[in-house]
Design a protein around this ligand. Sequence first.
Ligand code: PHE
Ligand code: ZN
Length: 877
Amino acid sequence: MTDPRTVFLKDYQAPAYGIPRVRLQVDIHDGVTRVTAGLNMRRAESTPVGTPLKLHGVNLTLKALAIDGAELEADAYTVAGEELVIHAVPEAADFVLHTEVEIDPEHNTALEGLYLSKGMYCTQCEPEGFRKITYFVDRPDNMALFTTTISADKKRYPVLLANGNCTTRGDAANGRHFATWEDPFPKPSYLFALVAGNLACLEDHFVTRSGRKVTLKLFAEQHDLRQCHHAMESLKASMRWDEERYGREYDLDIFMIVAVSHFNMGAMENKGLNIFNTSCVLAHPETTTDLGFQRVESVVAHEYFHNWSGNRVTCRDWFQLSLKEGFTVFRDQQFSADQLSASVQRIEDVAVLRNAQFAEDAGPLAHPVRPESFIEINNFYTATVYEKGAEIVRMLHTVLGEADFRKGTDLYFDRHDGQGVTVEDFVQALADASGRDLSPFMQWYRQPGTPVLHVSTAHDAVAQTYTLTVRQSVPAKTGFPEPKLLPIPVKLALFARDGQPLPLQLTGESAAVGVERVLIADQAEQRWVFTGVTEAPVPSLLRDFSAPVILDYAAGDEELLFLMRHDNNGFNRWLSAQTLFERMMLAVIEGGAAELPGLAAVLESLAGLLPGLVETDPELAAKLLQLPTENYLADKVGVIDPQRIHDVRLGLQKAIAKHLSAFFQNQYLNGHESSYQYSSEAIAARTWRDVSLHYALLGTPSFTLRDAVGENYRKAPHMTERMSALRALVHHDAPHAAVCLADFFGRFAKEALVIDSWFAVQATNPLRGVEEVRRLTAHSAFTLTNPNRMRSLLAQFANANPVQFHRADGAGYRLIGEKIAELDALNPQVASRLLGAFSRWKRLEPGRQALAREVLQGLAGRALSNDTSETLGRLLG
Ligand code: PHE
Ligand code: ZN
């Protein structure tokens, strides 16, 4: 039985009425905000005269309603649920609807629509928040020209912003003032934004390649302004990059970013007025780690790139969400790869994909990149829509090559500028521009599940051939009992035993075609036969992770060790090491082996490799030593025993640490940190330093080392060093941990984002658990009403401290369940997301499974939001 609230892609119909033009007046007063709207309505040609007009509206108090200047009688309309239905509609195709509503932003804790964040008013409208501001046809295929006038107290809210250009501003009675903004581009309501607050501004400019000067403004609290420079530099770099790489120029005279402290997501691409979570815009060496700096750079780029991939060309409906998100994530990944190191970027992107998206695709929350139905669209801003969506675009890029891909995106932007379109339109544009049939790739959007690519190899010394036999299998998922074959691009190389790549010639070809090729696996089973192969080579498969699949190739340990050392693809060196570690650990966790198989050879190989690698590529050295996570391993076993997974993984870390104990200690003690620089070399050195500290403490740490960490905490020249030391102290339960935690809190009491990291470092401590987290929920600095703060403690605990969250007595489940119930009443969207921490519950060993079930069923017995009840239904269903 389907839930009556479910919406289906197959039911799509264009809106019966459109709104080409909107004039909004938003009057902000303490306790009430009045929104007056003048909507130029247009009946669609296919809509019969007299069809009732339906508008979306949520939590609005209707004060006045008129058509073409005439007030509507009470029986001319009804307000029911989330709809205003007007029965008496004029015969003329065009008419003007006037509405006046009151809203209550001060009590809006869901942070959708207009809300108050630390004394400033701001909006979040994607996906369906605009209906909480005024009555509207609140769907992305309704595109309107917006004129917005805001009025508020001048002293308390000196800055008044909306989309587009400011055309008028002035003073009004009673110490108030107003500003009118006009956006010359038609846009869906989800891209609407306004801000009223007391904000400081960092200003700069950018000259587009056609010579237009664009004003750039970054708004934040006065106190945070010194932390805005990195975002500004990132913005300018993004603007240049999009011109050079995609031929996309910015289109307004002004581009603004506003930093707000209460925000459900990372940031939002509202036309000309991006609104950012402070965590994705503020960065300063004293308060922000390398990871934070990189996140700011990539999120600023992501939101900026949406101006074309999302805003100028938008989504027809929310099922098409990946059209804008998958493509834009791919673009921001490309951008980040160009800023720092391309192979490190790919390693990080694939780690996210394998940790978050593969997990989602393997569990009860699995859905296609383009879902076919949903109850609450907020639940579909997922790793699948974003990250797997980006991988599909990446495959298309790989198959077409840079030049044809670019022709395709040019055609896409040109053909669909100003439209709301579908995923088919995107793929079709790439196909038309390149003359290639890309229709098989559409299947990637339609079915969930991570495909497994089974590869076996055979070398024939007499015929000098090397045969790869490739099979694919896609798991059946609920609602998708018979998954179809997919086109899987496999980028590969073959290495001779001396480490040289072989020329690649398939039978039937007259000559070799390079030393790296992309072949497409699109059959249930197929064979690729390479000729002229004199000795059995080592295959390097799925290079750069050319497809989002699980590779099942029974490489020998020595092959993996070989690739870890010799592959000329940095990404595959990392993947080979991951595969090897994964195999060793699973042999114990799942296979019942008493010891890690092949450990001696692996340790010897690391000992031979690391000292040199640290000199040439310290970042890769660091990444090689970051073992597959506990959650990743949990997805590889039939029945999950979180404690066992934790112990085995820690065992491998300790074995590495003990074997190279002196090396790690020396690396840490001989290195030193100087003033902060944002460059790939400097980040690489710091990342390695952090990893070597972690292993040094797991080995046999000397007193000198223990003292050095405390000392380095105190005299750290920047946050990356300070946080590295603090985390090490806390997670290794060092004697100075408590003192340093107290010092840290005092030192950064005024920096909200740093206090978030103070909570996070404790929440993720594998040595401490539920009691500690519960105690911290009572800390005066903790609150459920700020999503960053909530996540820094609860989501970090539930998702990044598996051994404590899954404590055998169920205390972790009860704590998180309790908090989800509390949170759901305040902010359904983030409550529903937190519930995702239970996604593996059905595969837990029986004891934990029963305890988790109890908590989930307890939640199911309560009155919950749509968001949380949908997620809960899928978890339990
Ligand atoms: N569209 C935003 C982004 O990816 C994400 C977002 C969704 C923000 C919903 C807020 C609400 O870039
Ligand atoms: Zn996005």
